[in-house]
Design a protein around this ligand. Structure first.
Ligand SMILES: [Zn+2]
Length: 288
C-alpha cells in the first residue's frame, strides 16, 4: 500500500471523528467567500484573521464599516454618534426611498457612514468610517451632516479626527443638496485645522467624486490602502474629455503616492499601529 494514501485514510478517519464534535461557528464564520482577485475560496473566519485580505493573491476585500472599526479601534472603545440619523428624499426623486430601504436591509446601517469616538492604540480620536455597500457610500445630506457634526465635535473637544473614506461621490438623488455637502464638510475640516488639530484621511477602494474633491483630499496626512481606486471622474470620462489614453495604473493608490496626492500606502494589518503613531507624534509635538 502506498504510504501516502494510508496516511490520507488515517487523516480522513480522524477528521470524520472530529467533524461532528466541532462547534458551529457563530456569525456565519463558516460561510465561503470567493476572492475577486484570484478566485480562490476561503471561509469568513480565515478572511477575518487576515483582515479580509486574500491569503493567496493579496487582494483587498471590502470591509463593512463596523468590521473596519474593530480592526482600528481599541476593543470596546467605540462610542457611536447620531446612530439613528437617516436621509430623506428632499427632491422627491422617484424610487430613492426604496433604494435607501434596500440598502438598510442589506447592510444593517441607517446611512453610508458611521461616526463616533474611540481610542486607537490608546490615543483618543473621533472616527468616521464610510461603507461602500450603502449606495456606494455616496454623500447625501445625512452623510454630510454626520461627518460635519463629528468634525465639529472633534474641534470642540480638541481631538484628532480619522476618516476612512470610500465613496462613489455625491448622491445623485439629492442633486444640489448633495453637492452642498462638499462645502459644508470642507468648512468644518477647515475650522478643525485652524485650531491646530490633526486630520488623518485614509483612502480606501474606491474613493472618488465629490468626496475626493472635498474632505478626503484635505487630510493633514493622507494614507491609502494598497491598490485602491482614488480619483475624481472615472478613467473613461477623462479619456473622452481630454481625447488621450491614460497611463497604466492611473488613479491607483500607488500612482497617487508617486504623484504626491497620497503620503503613504499602509497595509491593513499595520493601519491601527500607523494611525496610533501619527496621533501620538502630533500630540507630543503639540505638548511642547
Ligand atoms: Zn485572491
Amino acid at each position: 500500500m502506498n504510504p501516502f494514501s494510508e496516511k490520507k485514510s488515517i487523516l480522513d478517519s480522524v477528521n470524520s471523528l472530529l467533524r461532528p464534535m466541532r462547534k458551529p461557528a457563530a456569525g456565519g464564520e463558516d460561510k465561503i467567500y470567493k476572492c475577486k482577485g484570484c478566485g480562490n475560496k476561503y471561509t469568513k473566519a480565515i478572511l477575518r484573521e487576515n483582515h479580509f485580505v486574500c491569503p493567496s493573491c493579496g487582494h483587498y476585500g471590502k470591509l463593512s464599516a463596523r468590521t473596519r472599526i474593530t480592526t482600528v479601534a481599541d476593543r470596546k472603545s467605540f462610542r457611536e454618534f447620531s446612530r439613528s440619523m437617516i436621509g430623506k428624499n428632499p427632491l422627491k426623486f422617484p424610487g430613492y426611498e426604496e433604494k435607501i430601504r434596500d440598502a438598510e436591509k442589506a447592510t444593517g446601517l441607517k446611512e453610508a457612514v458611521i461616526t463616533g469616538t474611540c481610542t486607537i492604540d490608546g490615543e483618543k480620536a473621533v472616527i468616521c468610517v464610510m461603507d461602500s455597500r450603502f449606495l456606494m457610500a455616496s454623500m447625501g445630506t445625512a452623510v454630510g451632516e454626520k461627518i460635519t457634526r463629528a468634525c465639529e465635535y472633534a474641534t470642540k473637544k480638541k481631538l484628532p479626527i480619522v476618516v476612512f473614506c470610500a465613496s462613489g461621490g455625491a448622491r445623485m438623488q439629492e442633486g444640489i443638496l448633495s453637492l452642498m455637502q462638499m462645502a459644508k464638510t470642507s468648512a468644518a475640516f477647515g475650522k478643525h485645522g485652524e485650531a491646530g488639530l490633526l486630520f488623518i484621511s485614509v483612502l480606501t477602494n474606491p474613493t472618488t467624486g465629490g468626496v475626493t474633491a472635498s474632505f478626503a483630499g484635505l487630510g493633514d496626512v493622507i494614507l491609502a490602502e494598497p491598490g485602491a481606486l482614488i480619483g475624481f471622474a472615472g478613467p473613461r470620462v477623462i479619456e473622452q474629455t481630454i481625447g488621450e489614453k491614460l497611463p497604466e495604473g492611473f488613479q491607483s493608490s500607488e500612482f497617487q503616492l508617486e504623484h504626491g496626492f497620497v503620503d503613504a500606502i499602509v497595509k491593513r494589518e499595520n493601519m491601527k499601529e500607523t494611525i496610533g503613531k501619527i496621533i501620538n507624534l502630533h500630540r507630543k509635538a503639540k505638548d511642547y
